[in-house]
Design a protein around this ligand. Structure first.
Ligand code: FE2
Length: 279
């Protein structure tokens, strides 16, 4: 699937961009399915906001339970100070997560496309297990910033074998909050770790290393058209800015780990009832 040059580039830079990776009908079907999930979501019953501005202190049971369910989370800017909705649901949801690949036929079929398993095997995987999927809306005007982080802080395997696949469902650019990465940053240490104390059902982000996050000169904007796919290593620092534009920036992500690696008991994401999903 990947050329020798692309494989080298992935290991050298820590990420790889593949334009025109996913066919337009597959992208459109996923978008329609995501909007249907939102239309069927009881927004008055669940008002859990997803923000990264609070060092992840807002993670609750609804979030933890999303590991094996399909749950919708709100943009912080979709609610006023009293918790009233300011937007219709389709323009209020931050993301859907995290087990659509198991539970929703359209998402399941999307994730079964051979490109994912082939690309992952090309970069060294033997048996890539799909742990989580997210459909991210990055809504117009209120799409929240996702601060600099490394995915390895949130999904811990030993040895470290997590890889993220980020797919542009809509065109992504600087204005609508595209992904930013630090080429080569995957060689930097893991700065933080998010662990859950299951007795208390509380998550906590702990600092591990004081290496600063990249400054603007070190960061590269990954501006890509819909259908593009970005693969990145779990120590790769990345972020996306707020979306102040009129255009949404939908994206879909998959996170995998090598089957033989140990999945930490303190990870927020635990699959207790669902079987292995190998790509
Ligand atoms: Fe991330």
């Amino acid at each position: 699937m990947l050329s020798e040059g692309q494989i080298q580039q992935f290991h050298h830079d820590g990420y790889l961009v593949l334009e025109d990776a996913i066919a337009k009908p597959a992208i459109e079907n996923l978008k329609i399915a995501a909007l249907q999930i939102v239309d069927n979501f009881d927004i008055d019953r669940h008002r859990t906001v997803f923000t990264t501005a609070d060092r992840d202190s807002g993670r609750d049971d609804y979030f933890f339970d999303s590991a094996e369910n399909i749950h919708c989370f709100l943009e912080e800017g979709a609610l006023d100070q009293d918790g009233n909705l300011l937007k219709p649901a389709r323009l209020a949801i931050n993301k859907i997560g995290h087990a659509m690949h198991d539970l929703h036929p359209v998402f399941n079929e999307f994730c079964r496309q051979p490109i994912f398993g082939k690309a992952l095997r090309d970069i060294g995987y033997t048996a890539p297990l799909l742990w989580q999927t997210m459909y991210i809306f990055k809504q117009p005007h209120i799409g929240g910033e996702v601060r600099w982080h490394q995915d390895g802080s949130y999904l811990i395997s030993n040895p470290s074998t997590v890889t993220g696949i980020w797919i542009a469902i809509e065109d992504a650019n600087r204005d609508n909050g595209c992904l930013w990465v630090q080429p080569g940053g995957h060689r930097s240490p893991l700065r933080e770790i998010f662990q859950v104390d299951w007795a208390k059902r509380e998550g906590k982000l702990t600092d591990l290393d004081s290496t600063p996050w990249p400054d603007h000169n070190q960061a590269v904007a990954v501006e890509v058209p819909a259908g593009s796919m970005v693969i990145f290593q779990d120590h790769m620092p990345h972020y996306s800015s707020q979306n102040r534009s009129d255009c949404s920036r939908h994206a879909f992500t998959l996170h995998v780990a090598e089957k033989r690696a140990n999945w930490s008991d303190s990870n927020w994401l635990q699959r207790r009832t669902l079987g292995d999903f190998e790509l």
